[in-house]
Design a protein around this ligand. Structure first.
Ligand SMILES: Cc1cc2nc3c(=O)[nH]c(=O)nc-3n(C[C@H](O)[C@H](O)[C@H](O)COP(=O)(O)OP(=O)(O)OC[C@H]3O[C@@H](n4cnc5c(N)ncnc54)[C@H](O)[C@@H]3O)c2cc1C
Length: 472
């Protein structure tokens, strides 16, 4: 039968398309249903890739703004960003990558079925795209429908002045001013982008500190850096009202001391998190167990219905805090595909998931924070080393931040590594291997770190944990 496959994947985000490729590599006949005009999902179209492209533009502007210091002559005109050109370059990068996924589908003989999928029971998936067709999955259906921005009660997102990251990524102008609600990764990344581009930026965070999932020392360093460069940060504060006007938004903010501030800004960006996408999927209709809108799965991504799996942003493993990250969705996709193909799999260790926040300065972290380690009952020993004393940091003009190692004094085991500063999102790779391999601080000390690199801070933080940093 033409519409019969081993595996039907719903959604071509970083979870779905990676699962599809792995399943095809293992000899399965695979179809992917995707309703967007391009493959790649949130990550490629509205998330990781376009935001990081904008951040690279912000970094380029930062260098040009300091041209004199770098000995580069560009005349006396103030450096400014050209938004049409910025979008042009970003869109080319996105288009190149989505075409890359299309190429990989062809290479692996995966059928892209264009349209919106609905679970129809008994291994069937109905696809709507003008007409309706039904696909049948002999082995498994993988639901990878992802997430979308979540609103906040009392704030009407009009997608014009009161916006989400989906609109922020396409803003044709540099906002004169913007309030950013929420200081998770999305919030602080846009704060870094728009502030560098020239906007007045006000970040409002409900919890007592920025990037609340990070180690407290990282939050404090980011807030210090943001404040130094003129980004207003209200923590322990909340947006209590917002009304879009013709050319802006009237925003009420209840600040920490209980007082209310009224601001008129060009935009309000609601960056308070993302919720699962299951509308129209008929998930409950076919018997999937759900939890607060998320699809419940086991450690190998089986749902409550045999023959239906789910991965990525749309799932919950029953414990709070399933990370909504592209690399997590991909890793889950690979495990699901291998299990469906009959391979032995090992469950992911979610304590070993690296987190990267591409704000300026960047944040990279893996494993337990100092507070979490104490709460787990460890006799915590910490070592910190500042980037600022490193030759490489001075050359790059990127001297902010530090690396912090959290370890268990009794066994010397590394429990977590947290860093803030330039290139932390790259340096976290070493930290992830160290945590994944359950390394000790001593093993990290004995690992030679090349010179001159920012990675020397990781080695030195290990020395510092044993009270023996060389360069401080
Ligand atoms: C601004 C922003 C920045 C981000 N930056 C990072 C980052 O730097 N690093 C990182 O790791 N993560 C980042 N993320 C998160 C990352 O994008 C997501 O975790 C990841 O995309 C999740 O992948 P997924 O496959 O689960 O879902 P998605 O990527 O959301 O893909 C789901 C796909 O399913 C399709 N779909 C949904 N329903 C149907 C249906 N019924 N029929 C057919 N198709 C359907 C959608 O169109 C979509 O293409 C960012 C997110 C945002 C919003």
């Amino acid at each position: 039968m033409a519409n019969e496959y081993d595996v039907v994947v719903i959604g071509a985000g970083t979870g779905g398309y990676v699962a599809a490729i792995r399943a095809a590599q293992l000899g399965l006949k695979v179809a992917v249903v995707e309703k967007q005009k391009a493959l790649g999902g949130t990550c490629l179209l509205w998330g990781c890739i376009p935001t990081k492209a904008l951040l690279e533009h912000a970094h380029a502007l930062k260098i040009v703004q300091h041209a004199k210091e770098w000995g580069i002559s560009i005349g006396d005109a103030a450096a400014a960003i050209n938004m049409p050109q910025v979008h042009d370059r970003k869109d080319k990068i996105v288009a190149g990558l989505t075409k890359g996924v299309e190429f990989l589908f062809k290479k692996n003989k995966i059928d892209w079925i264009k349209g919106t999928a609905r679970l129809a029971g008994n291994g069937n998936v109905d696809v709507f795209n003008g007409d309706t067709q039904t696909l049948h999955a002999r082995k498994d259906i993988i639901v990878a429908t992802g997430s979308s921005p979540r609103g906040v009660p009392g704030i009407d997102i009009d997608h014009t002045r009161i916006i989400t990251s989906d609109e922020a990524i396409h803003l044709k102008e540099v906002p004169k001013s913007i309030v950013i609600m929420g200081s998770g990764a999305v919030g602080v990344e846009f704060a870094s982008i728009f502030h560098r581009f020239g906007s007045r930026v006000i970040v409002v965070e409900l919890l007592p500190r920025l990037v609340p999932v990070e180690d407290e020392a990282i939050s404090a360093e980011l807030e210090k850096s943001f404040r130094k460069r003129g980004i207003t940060c209200y923590t322990g504060a909340k947006v209590t009202g917002a009304k879009a006007t013709v050319d802006g938004v009237d925003v009420q903010i209840q600040v920490g001391d209980g007082n209310t501030q009224a601001l008129n800004v060009s935009y309000l960006l609601v960056a308070t998190g993302r919720g699962p996408v299951t509308a129209g999927l008929n998930a409950e209709g076919v018997g999937l167990q759900m939890d607060r809108g998320y699809i419940k799965v086991d450690a190998e991504y089986r749902t409550s219905v045999p023959g239906i799996s789910a991965i990525g942003d749309v799932i919950t493993l029953g414990t709070p805090g399933h990370p909504q990250l592209a690399h997590v969705a991909s890793a889950e996709g690979i495990i699901a595909a291998e299990r469906i193909a009959g391979l032995e799999t090992r469950p992911l260790n979610y304590d070993h998931v690296p987190g990267c926040t591409y704000c300026d300065p960047e944040i990279g972290s893996v494993g337990l924070t100092e507070r979490e380690a104490s709460e787990h009952g460890y006799d915590v020993r910490v070592g910190t080393f500042p980037f600022g004393v490193l030759g490489r940091a001075k050359m790059a003009g990127e001297t902010e931040g530090f690396v912090k190692i959290v370890s268990d004094k009794a066994t010397d085991a590394i429990l977590g590594i947290h860093m803030i500063g330039a290139r932390s999102t790259e340096l976290v790779a070493e930290a992830t291997v160290a945590v994944r391999l359950e390394s000790t601080v001593d093993e990290l000390i004995r690992t030679i770190h090349a010179h001159p690199t920012m990675a020397e801070a990781v080695g030195e933080a290990a020395h510092a944990t044993h009270g023996a940093a060389i360069h401080i």
